[in-house]
Each structure stands twice: as structure tokens, then as C-alpha cells.
Design a protein around this ligand. Structure first.
Ligand SMILES: [Zn+2]
Length: 165
């Protein structure tokens, strides 16, 4: 299903897949690119201002975990491992929720959502994810938190700089 996207320079383009538009560089994620290889693209969506939140997307357009090539499989796990390590080391993130659905309107991508104390009010495990994201989007886009989110992005960028999965 094609959708209209407005580019930074004001032009409007129609894309079939938002993930393809993002990972090919046609549109820039709001938090900038944290890391990219030939196969994968790592960014944060600051529309959900949670420090250390990461979206890891394939560059290739597909949906199912069983569609990963051998090379993608090994790079995928080593990237997740490295991102998780940097989240712990540089941002002190103790626990992360992982979310991935194959019936996405984008394409293959994994959410890595750090778990913070304030999230407990929305319950645990999978049912808390959407309320947490909505809460962050509605109530946490103040200047102080945004600054901390951007700082987190820069720390993860530094941690992944030069990484060769
Ligand atoms: Zn795509």
C-alpha cells in the first residue's frame, strides 16, 4: 500500500515501503542513523523519545525470519548482540524488550526497547509495550528528555562506529 512521505527538502514522494525508504537513505530517521552495514540499518525514532531505544531493520525487503539469508542470519545476531552490549555499557540499560512482527506495514525490523522503572505502571511484558510507547510520545517530548535521548543516540553511535559484524 503506497504512502505519501514529505522529504526534508519539502518534496513529497510516494513509497511502497517505509522501511525501504529509510534504509535506502531516501528519508532520514528523526534521530539519525546510528549504524549501517550493507545488510542492516540501525536507527532511533525520536517520535518515541525513550533513551536507548533502537530499531534494527534489514535493507532488503522481506518479512519473515525464515527469509533471512545465511549471511543476514549471522550478521543479525552479532549486531543485536553488539547493540545490546553498548546499551548496557554506555547507557547502563539493564533490561530490554524485543519486539518484531512479521505482519508489519514496513518490512523486517526489530524494536529494542529499554525497560525503565517508569514503565512498570503500564504492566509487564508484551501488553505494556504500546502504552509505554504512546506515553513516551505524548508526555516525554520535553527538552530535557529529548536532550538525554539525543545523547543516548550519540553514545550508541560511538559504540557502533567501525563495528564489522
Ligand atoms: Zn521494504
Amino acid at each position: 500500500m503506497p504512502r505519501q512521505i514529505t522529504l526534508a527538502d519539502g518534496r513529497t514522494v510516494e513509497v511502497d515501503c517505509l522501511s525501504c525508504a529509510l534504509t535506502s537513505g531516501l528519508i532520514t530517521p528523526t534521530g539519525g542513523v546510528v549504524y549501517e552495514s550493507n545488510l542492516f540499518h540501525v536507527h532511533q525514532e525520536v517520535a518515541y523519545p525513550i533513551r536507548g531505544l533502537i530499531i534494527l531493520a534489514s535493507k532488503r525487503h522481506f518479512y519473515g525470519m525464515d527469509e533471512l539469508t545465511d549471511q543476514e542470519q549471522s550478521e543479525y545476531i552479532s549486531l543485536i548482540h553488539r547493540i545490546r552490549m553498548e546499551q548496557r555499557k554506555r547507557l547502563g540499560i539493564d533490561q530490554v524488550y524485543y519486539f518484531y512482527n512479521e505482519d508489519t506495514t514496513h518490512h523486517f525490523h526489530l524494536w529494542m526497547v529499554p525497560r525503565y522503572e517508569w514503565m512498570r505502571q503500564f504492566g509487564n511484558s508484551v501488553e505494556s509495550l504500546r502504552p509505554v510507547l504512546l506515553h513516551a510520545r505524548k508526555n516525554m517530548n520535553d527538552e530535557k528528555n529529548m536532550k538525554s535521548v539525543i545523547e543516548g543516540i550519540n553514545k550508541l553511535k560511538a559504540g557502533l562506529c567501525g563495528f564489522n559484524p
